[in-house]
Each structure stands twice: as C-alpha cells, then as structure tokens.
Design a protein. Structure first.
Length: 299
C-alpha cells in the first residue's frame, strides 16, 4: 500500500482528520460495524499510518441481531489486519436490567445500543470515537461537526457545537467529555462506493444481489429471521435482493436488485431516486428518531 495520497480530495481530507485524532487524543477508538462506511474508514486508517499498523482498536457494539455475513466478515478482516477488536454486547445490558427488550411489530435492538456504547466508552476511557456517519444520510446528521463534542453523560447538544473554520479541528475537551469524529462526513453514498471500487476493497456478500427469505411490510422488504417480529399473515417468500445499508436485522430493509459486482452497484446507485436511509426501518418510527438517539448519546 502506497503512502502517496493522490488527487482525491475526500480521501486526503479523511486521512488528515484521522491523523489529527491520533495526534490530539490519548485513547481513540474506531467504531466498526462491518458495514461499507466503517470498512472504508479502516482502509483510510491503514493509509494514514502506513507502513505502521492502525494505532487504535476497533470496537463493535453488537446487538446480537446482526446479519451473519457481517459478523463473519468482521472477524475475517480484523484477523487479516492484526488489529485489536473490542466487542460489547447489547444482550449484557438487557441481562443487567439497564435496558428493556422491545416487543411487538416494530421491536428492535438498534435503539438499545446507546447504553452499551456509552458504557464501553467509559470502561476503556476512550476520549474520541471515530464513526462512519455522513451528512447526506439523514438531516440530523447534517448538523454534525467533524469533531462532535459529547458531554459527560455522552449526550449531544446541537446548539453547543464548535465552529470548524478553515479545517481547524479543535480536540480540546473538558474532564468527562469525549468527541465523536466523522472523517467521511463530507462523502456521499456514491462517493463511498466509488472509493470501494477504486481501491478494490472487499465487502460483505450481503451488499450484492442474492436470494433471501423475506416478507413485505409497509412497502418494505424485511428479512425473515427469528430476530424479526412477523405477523402470521405476513407471507415469507424467497426474493432476489441486496442491502444498501447493513445494521441490525430488525431495522434494515432489503431492496430488489440484480447487482452482483461493485460496478453494477455503483450504476444502480447513480440511477436510484431513493436515498440510502430509505431502507432504514428504524427511521420510520418518527420524524425526529435519529435526532433523539443522537441527543441520548447514540453514535
């Protein structure tokens, strides 16, 4: 892997941000889900510190309801890279009575991740958590700074964010505070896929067209699984689908697709009139669902 940064301004900016994190913070961590955005972050971190190894661990907040393809890919990647992987499980928070398992038609563990994430940040005393959020994903995320300060309760106040003029990234924080860092904040979904194509980055097979047992609800294609609530009259059928975004099974819808290569995925996205977040079931709960989770300390 070359250390030379080419004319891609998004890559250059992201690498600069990641290096600033390593320089300004004592205990950073990269939040890793096994999805395309966090995989892109790992490649950028590799480039930022090449020929050395990534100097901070990866951490996955595991709901226990993830797609098996994603978990298999996660474990394979960290073994190949030789990096430290920290996994903390939502099930533990449920068992400890810190959060309550949801029931019913739209039950999901996605919103329960916040408690486990905040506990893990406190456990390891991480002062910066690098994430793959992008401003184009959802309007609440469009308010984010690249260095987004959280208070000593892990909460986000959109009215108390620092200006970031001329790419000046201020990592100074008070005791108890921590920072969420978003190196690909200025990227779009198409930018991420184009980068994956250019860099020939391996990604989980779930992103490509495949046959899967699914059912329809609210005009969306849900994955049929023991983890996903299904009404008796909701018929399971095998469909040819892929996933544009990979999260908890209970909040990630599939899309019909014939794309089996990265090039075909790129062309499909270029032609799409529906945003990536349109396949996120949890965003349908309310207009302010993401903003509320962010205020509570999510991501």
């Amino acid at each position: 892997m070359s250390t030379i940064i080419d004319s891609n301004p998004l890559e250059s900016e992201a690498i600069y941000i990641i290096r600033e994190v390593a320089a300004q913070f004592e205990r950073p961590v990269l939040l890793f889900s096994g999805g395309k955005d966090s995989i892109t972050l790992v490649r950028l971190a590799q480039k930022a510190f090449y020929p050395g190894k990534i100097p901070f661990p990866l951490m996955h907040i595991d709901t226990g309801h993830n797609f098996p393809e994603t978990i298999e890919f996660r474990d394979k990647l960290v073994e190949e890279l030789g990096v430290e992987l920290i996994v903390r499980n939502v099930q533990d928070a449920i068992d400890q009575g810190k959060v309550v398992e949801e029931k019913g038609r739209y039950s999901s563990r996605n919103g329960l991740q916040t408690t486990t994430l905040l506990d893990a940040l406190e456990e390891f005393k991480f002062d910066a958590a690098i994430g793959g959020a992008r401003r184009d994903e959802e309007k609440a995320r469009a308010k984010e700074r690249i260095f987004s300060v959280r208070d000593d309760f892990g909460q986000w106040d959109e009215k108390n964010q620092r200006p970031e003029l001329f790419d000046h990234l201020n990592g100074k924080i008070e005791l108890g505070q921590n920072v969420r860092v978003f190196p690909i904040s200025n990227w779009t979904e198409l930018d991420v896929w184009s980068y994956i194509q250019r860099e020939q980055i391996e990604i989980p097979s779930i992103y490509f067209s495949h046959k899967r047992k699914t059912f329809l609800r609210d005009g969306m294609i849900w994955s049929a699984s023991d983890f996903v609530y299904k009404e008796d009259d909701e018929e399971v059928e095998e469909r040819v689908v892929r996933f544009r975004t990979v999260g908890d099974m209970t909040c990630t819808a599939a899309v019909t697709s014939e794309a089996v290569t990265i090039a075909e995925v790129v062309q499909e996205i270029k032609a799409s009139t529906i945003s990536e977040r349109g396949a996120r079931i949890d965003d349908k709960r309310s207009e302010a669902a993401m903003e509320k989770r962010k205020q509570q300390g999510y991501f």
